[in-house]
Design a protein around this ligand. Structure first.
Ligand SMILES: C[S@@+](CC[C@H](N)C(=O)[O-])C[C@H]1O[C@@H](n2cnc3c(N)ncnc32)[C@H](O)[C@@H]1O
Length: 259
């Protein structure tokens, strides 16, 4: 089958999947049951634990390949799995450039980078990230992502880069995520994405998060909705969630469509 026909079939199927209420209902059931079962803690990426769903990891891979960013900024490091995932895809983009340009690649002098921010980078996690083969393309800042000093460091760091992507996965309260969006979403390049994780909290029953200071009405999704009221340069890319169905980021895949 010619590739254009294949792509058009995928597009049409994704639209149909997005209207398939039985499929959506079973995906929502799976999300609820798997969240209770702490399924998102089951995975690792190149040796580091990553707290994500596989479907979101695949969506992120498609976005990185499509946008080809030279910087990914991440709020929320934990064990470092998502930093390593981003670094691994950026390494392959540098590899692609080298192949196409007939250049020799020096893995210790990467062009593309990942910048991670976390309020508490545990010593054992920091050490394991520093010992990872992909560490040369990772930098980390310890501090709250909404503190002025942290924001300043991130903004300065970002000045060296042309195409920026942003992943927000730290504290999941409305106020915090809105603060992060106000601080960093402006850095994202036109055509690139800001992905806000755990927007799915809005769709869970209130009793699902007994030990958290977020829940329905106060979470990343409510922050996204608030932010979008004043930021028409962003649109929610519904195609991604229609495609993957199971996602912790419904209404969280934000595409920057204008400056
Ligand atoms: C869900 S985990 C991140 C998971 C990681 N992105 C992954 O996919 O493996 C959330 C992280 O956010 C961090 N965090 C909590 N409050 C924060 C804040 N105010 N600023 C920055 N990071 C924060 C926590 O220390 C924790 O490591």
């Amino acid at each position: 089958m010619p590739i254009n026909q294949f792509k058009s079939e995928v597009k049409n199927r994704v639209i149909a999947n997005g209207k398939n209420n039985e499929l959506k209902k079973s995906a929502a059931n799976f999300l609820k049951e798997s969240s209770d079962a702490m399924y998102s803690y089951n995975f690792s990426w190149m040796g580091r634990p990553i707290i994500q769903y596989p479907q979101d990891m695949v969506a992120v891979q498609e976005l990185i390949w499509q946008v080809k960013p030279d910087l990914i900024i991440e709020a929320g490091i934990a064990h470092g799995g998502s930093l390593i995932l981003s670094a691994s895809f950026l390494a392959l983009l540098d590899y692609e450039d080298a192949v196409r340009n007939g250049e020799v690649l020096d893995p210790l002098k990467p062009r593309r980078k990942v910048l991670g921010v976390d309020i508490d980078i545990r010593e054992h996690n920091k050490k394991a990230i520093q010992e990872h083969m992909l560490y040369s393309r990772i930098d980390m800042i310890e501090g709250s992502s909404i503190e002025e000093g942290t924001i300043h460091q991130v903004v300065e760091y970002a000045k060296e880069f042309d195409k920026i992507m942003l992943f927000l996965d730290s504290n999941h309260t409305h106020e915090h995520v809105l603060g992060e969006l106000n601080a960093y979403a402006g850095l994202v390049s036109k055509g690139s994405y800001c992905v806000v994780f755990d927007t799915a909290v809005e769709d869970f029953p209130a009793e699902a998060f007994p030990h958290r200071n977020w829940g329905p009405g106060n979470n990343p999704k409510t922050a996204v909705w608030e932010y979008l009221k004043a930021h028409p340069e962003y649109m929610i890319d519904k195609e991604i969630e229609n495609k993957i169905q199971i996602t912790v980021a419904p209404d969280g895949y934000l595409k920057k469509v204008s400056e």
